[in-house]
Design a protein around this ligand. Sequence first.
Ligand code: SF4
Length: 398
Amino acid sequence: MGAGLTTRMGRDSVSCHGSDLQLGLPLTREQACQRIRCSNEELPALLAAAVEAKQRFKPDVISYSRKVFIPLTNLCRDYCGYCTFRRDPGQPGAHTMTPEEVLEVVRAGERLGCTEALFSLGDKPELAFPEMRETLQRLGYKSTLHYLEAMCELVLRETTLLPHPNPGLLSAEWISRLSAVSPSMGLMLETANDSLLAAGAAHDNAPDKVPAKRLRTIEEAGKQNVPFTTGLLIGIGESAEDRVDTLLAIRELHRRYGHIQEVIVQNFRVKADIPMRHWPEPTQGEMLRTIAVARLLMPQMNIQAPPNLSAPYYQDLLDAGINDWGGISPLTPDFINPEKPWPHLDELRRRTESKGYTLRQRLPVYPEFLPNVTSRPGRLADKVLAAADPNCYARRAA
Ligand code: SF4
């Protein structure tokens, strides 16, 4: 890499391994693996190419979704090495929200101009814990997914917010059922590397983190044309090449089905009380390289990175080609990373504008994916249309 990325990318812009960056063609795997390990001297040229690609895709705008975070239950049958969200029954803080609690949060969000109700929850806790089975029985539901479906329906019926569930692995039947009560849904692929399931690794006690199973859920959503959010988690034991392969796996599913509305690049952050508390965090440089490579692998994709996990310098992520900040709540904490508060929306706008962009509030379903939902007449389509402005962003624009 001694010649410097500027020189090499200049050559690539004519032709390199069949790719042409100036024409906006995506990188090959080999090119992506080179760039994700580029030197500090080479980094500015990589970032410039990524921003150029972002500007060709969505010029001058950075979007976000104003949301409330609903931790429907923090009981989970998995034990990911980096998770502070999950609890076992009886542990301090273990909680399954009641319908009244859900509505109370959503109504408060409604008053603050939120348009997304993000349901985050543990994966199938009733399979591991009789206490969860009892809770569900008391609430009148057969499973956590039945309860989630009912709460999405409640939010849709009673409020102006749009549900976006993140419940873990889903069967074809459950993707179909949840897509009737939510315009979009999500599942982080996290990594395509199944060696992270080995003893001592991040996913060694997380049966729902088998990459092939997660890819199946994402593929099934594609078959059903459901706008889908996914992404990778960096710094959990994977290599830089694994990051490229994870992005390529997402790109391939999107090539086949066209349903991936957003790719999140999330960085692992250390917390005091997790099994991985002694692991090093990925550097800002690794984040920038991963985001830039994601942008160049998928020039026409919405690429998101959470600002709170890169504070205080989160505005620098804009230099790597993201076009979205993800869900930001003016009300509820980030229950997944409670020690990292979301920035105030005024501050987010100020920092976004300082880089020359306009901040725009979107719905949980991205503008270009609205037709996937509104083409199916019914309450969900009506609610989405009522929440959208003429450009398919949120009517309550920031
Ligand atoms: S990251 Fe998700 S699946 Fe893993 S333990 Fe936490 S809640 Fe469960």
